[in-house]
Design a protein around this ligand. Structure first.
Ligand code: COA
Length: 168
């Protein structure tokens, strides 16, 4: 198996990605606070980077779990998004994103949001799902996330099945 083989097992560390943004007036509401939709966009991009790095395929977002916004983020703040692949199933993988806000005047650093997204690897036409090589959790935290990801997948699947069974 060559180093570039998409099916090769890879450590979680290989997927780790970091994205940094400064909040500009165009990202904010009239209260000078970052709008939730912009943060959701950045979360999706940061997560996609980790999914690409791990899978070496095109990926599409299949779902985003529950999102909380824990503290407001103001114009001028620096937003840091850290992502990595928690677990691979078959063609899908769960990516975790943790968001921090840094204010260089007050020298504070706060946790803003955490999210779990599921990405599916697809071919160049987006029409066929492709299987993804496993991810290897190495640290205690990565192992915990790996175990938790399976529980979350089961919850997602049963919720999806329930919604599909509802009358249209
Ligand atoms: C996501 C998508 C590729 C799944 O295709 P599908 O034909 O329904 O695929 P399947 O039912 O065979 O499932 C393929 C994988 O996707 C996963 N999946 C499908 N829907 C899912 C959902 N809502 N949430 C999480 N995972 C999902 C399945 O669990 C399966 O994973 P596995 O192979 O690891 O077991 C397809 O629904 C799609 O293209 N959606 C649009 C994606 C998109 O445009 N995203 C951007 C949003 S603006």
């Amino acid at each position: 198996m060559s180093d570039h083989d998409p099916k090769r097992p890879r450590p979680v560390a290989d997927s780790k990605s970091e994205m940094t943004e400064i909040v500009l007036p165009n990202d904010a509401n009239p209260l000078n606070a970052l709008v939730g939709g912009r943060l959701m966009h950045w979360i999706d991009l940061a997560a996609a980077m980790a999914a690409h790095r791990h899978s070496r395929h095109y990926v599409v977002t299949a779902s985003v779990d529950h999102l909380d916004f824990l503290v407001p983020v103001r114009v001028g703040d620096i937003v840091i998004l850290r992502s990595s692949v928690n677990r691979v199933f078959n063609t899908s993988m769960e990516v975790g994103v943790k968001v921090w806000v840094e204010n260089y005047h007050t020298e504070t650093n706060h946790h803003v949001s955490s999210a779990y997204l599921t990405f599916v690897a697809v071919d160049g036409t987006g029409g066929r799902c492709l299987s993804v090589g496993p991810v290897i959790p190495e640290t205690e935290e990565e192992k915990r996330r790996y175990e938790d990801a399976l529980r979350r997948r089961e919850l997602r699947r049963s919720e999806l099945a329930r919604r599909k069974s509802l009358p249209k």
